[in-house]
Structures are given as C-alpha cells and as structure tokens.
Ligand binder design. Structure first.
Ligand SMILES: Nc1ncnc2c1ncn2[C@@H]1O[C@H](COP(=O)(O)OP(=O)(O)OP(=O)(O)O)[C@@H](O)[C@H]1O
Ligand SMILES: [Mg+2]
Length: 311
C-alpha cells in the first residue's frame, strides 16, 4: 500500500470519483447488499434524511428515530478471504456520496501492513488516526445536524488487533489496542462526528465482544454462488470464444466438489483463473476458448477457506 505523507493512512480518497465508480460497476452480485449498506450508512450519518422520512410517514420525528441517533456508525465486514470485504469497504463511499450532497473521504488503515508483533505501535497508530479524523470532522456538522462532509474510516485486517478478551488476557498489549479502538469509536459517537467506521476481519469469532456489540451491522460475506460466478466470468471473458453455455459449465466447474468442500472465491476467478487463462492463450498465440479454460482450471485450484488454513 502507498503511504500518505504523514505515514498514518494509506492515501485518503475523495468521493465521488471516476475510478471508484468503475470499481463499483465491476462488482458482481452485490448490488442489493451495497444498496442496503449505503442506505443504513446514510441514515446513521445524516439524521435529517431519516427525520424527513419519519415526518412524511408518521407526521413527526418519532422517538425511535432519536434512539437511532445513539447507534454507533460501525459496520463489521466478516468472512472468508477474497470475497469482497475490502473492495466494498473501499467503494461504499462512492455510493454514499452520490446519495447525499456531501463529500465523502475514505481513510484506509491497514493493521497488518505495519508488520505483526508491534501491538503497542498499532495502539499508537489507532489513537493518532482517531485524533486526525476528529480534527478533520470537528466542524463538519451544520446547525441542522446535517454534515457537509462525511468520513469512512476503514480498519482493515482488524483481526490483527481486535482479539477476543479471553485471548487478550494473555497478551495485555492486545487489550490496549482494542481499548484504543473502543475509545476512538465511542469518542466519535459522543462528539457526533459524521464518520462511518468499517472493520474488516476474517475471524468474527475472534473479534472482541465489546466491538461486536457496538456494530450497527455485522455483515458476513460469502463465496460467490453459481449465478454470481457465472455473471463474473461472463463479464471477464466477454469477447472470447467461450459461449454462454461454456461459461455456465465453467461456473459449474468452479463450484465445491465432494473432495474439495469449497468453491472458488471472487478473487480466485478475477485475480488468478482468468488472468492465467489469458496468459496461457497468449503464450500459445491462440484465441481464448473453453479448451484452454479447462486446462488452466485443472491446474488453478481455489484458495482454501480461512478456517481451514488456521487449523
Ligand atoms: N462481488 C465481486 N465482484 C467482482 N469482483 C469481486 C467481488 N468481490 C471481490 N472481488 C474481487 O476479488 C478481489 C478480492 O476482494 P477483496 O480484496 O475485497 O477481498 P477480501 O474479502 O477483503 O479478502 P481478504 O480477507 O483476503 O482481505 C478484488 O480484486 C475484488 O475486486
Ligand atoms: Mg481484505
């Protein structure tokens, strides 16, 4: 990852922007999910939208809407490797920006990019990150509670930090990291900062219960279904000699089998299988067809599930 000038965040990103629009458009099978997440994010970050809704359907701002204002704008994205957690977290700001008239800034913080073991360093990093964001958004809310700019703080690879309490008792440095995280998100909520925090983790079960309890949404991402794999392959292999029927067969061949109880992930298809197919055809100087696709598939197995790897 490219470091920002202050070495704190990987480069921050402003939405809307054309690259993010393209990345969003390239995602397959997640439209409903992204739509729901963005709607909830806007409701949590901008109280006026939900107040307007309440007035129109109930004639007043109902107390339940006020209770929503106490909710922590925290999303947890959990799930296997290569299933779109980081990708969705990085582009959701684009959707939020196009639905509100606010500018949205992404602050990406990767906890493993800094190397393992340096837990004390991660704690400092996190504390500084929240300080920087608090300074940036201190004046973001206008008199009516509406925000002129919104933030998305992405804490990626969060399992490096947010260990469960039981584990953390053995390494109290870890606990310091979790505490810094809790202090940070609680502080932003108390100060009413219009910032959505997204935590990505492969291991929901290792995530501290105090962090889980605060999450407005815990979304578990899954490996793609047959339909989703077919849709992605159809896009990635457009213009080749593979027919719709060939693509459907290929999607079937990337499903789980009796000997291998897991299917191909989005990243297996997009970053491994299809690039390999293209390279194989290129090396042979022939067109991409189903023979080459099958041959490459046979030597390109899917990534093992995260659980299986850790056992
Ligand atoms: N729904 C999707 N449609 C198309 N491509 C996808 C989809 N989901 C993920 N991808 C692609 O798969 C790759 C991996 O996705 P991503 O980095 O978001 O995985 P992840 O869930 O964060 O995995 P990890 O746990 O390893 O960090 C990216 O290149 C991304 O563009
Ligand atoms: Mg990721």
């Amino acid at each position: 990852m490219i470091e920002g000038t202050d070495g704190l965040f990987a480069r921050t990103e402003e939405f809307p922007n054309p690259q993010a629009r393209a990345r969003l458009a390239a995602l397959v099978g997640l439209d409903g999910l992204i739509d729901r997440l963005a709607t909830d994010a806007v409701a949590l970050l901008d109280p006026t939208t939900i107040q307007t809704w309440s007035k129109s359907v109930h004639g007043e701002v109902i107390p339940a809407v006020k209770a929503l204002a106490d909710r922590t704008p925290l999303f947890v994205f959990a799930g296997d490797v290569g299933v779109g957690k980081t990708e969705v977290a990085e582009v959701i700001g684009q959707v939020i920006a196009t639905r509100t008239d606010a500018d949205v800034t992404l602050y990406p913080l990767s906890l493993t990019a800094r190397g393992r073991g340096a837990v004390g360093e991660m704690t400092t990093l996190l504390t500084r990150a929240f300080e920087r964001i608090s300074a940036d958004f201190a004046r973001a809310r206008r008199g009516d509670g509406r925000a002129s700019s919104l933030g998305v703080l992405l804490v990626d690879e969060a399992d490096a930090l947010a260990q469960s309490r039981e584990l953390a008792q053995m390494h109290h440095e870890d606990r310091a990291g979790v505490n810094a995280l809790l202090r940070g998100i609680d502080g932003m909520r108390t100060d009413g900062l219009p910032v959505l925090t997204i935590l990505c983790t492969n291991r929901l079960d290792a995530l501290d219960p105090a962090v889980q309890r605060r999450a407005a949404i815990i979304e578990v991402f899954e490996r793609p279904t047959h339909t989703q794999r077919a849709a992605l392959l159809e896009r990635l292999l457009a213009g080749t000699k593979l027919s719709a029927a060939d693509i459907n067969v290929l999607a079937g061949a990337t499903a789980e089998t009796r000997d291998r109880p897991y299917s191909y992930t989005y990243s297996d298809l997009r970053q491994r299988l299809v690039p390999e197919i293209v390279l194989a055809a290129y090396r042979q100087g022939v067109a991409v067809d189903s023979v080459i696709a099958d041959e490459v598939l046979a030597r390109t197995p899917p990534t093992r599930p995260f659980e299986a790897m850790s056992r």
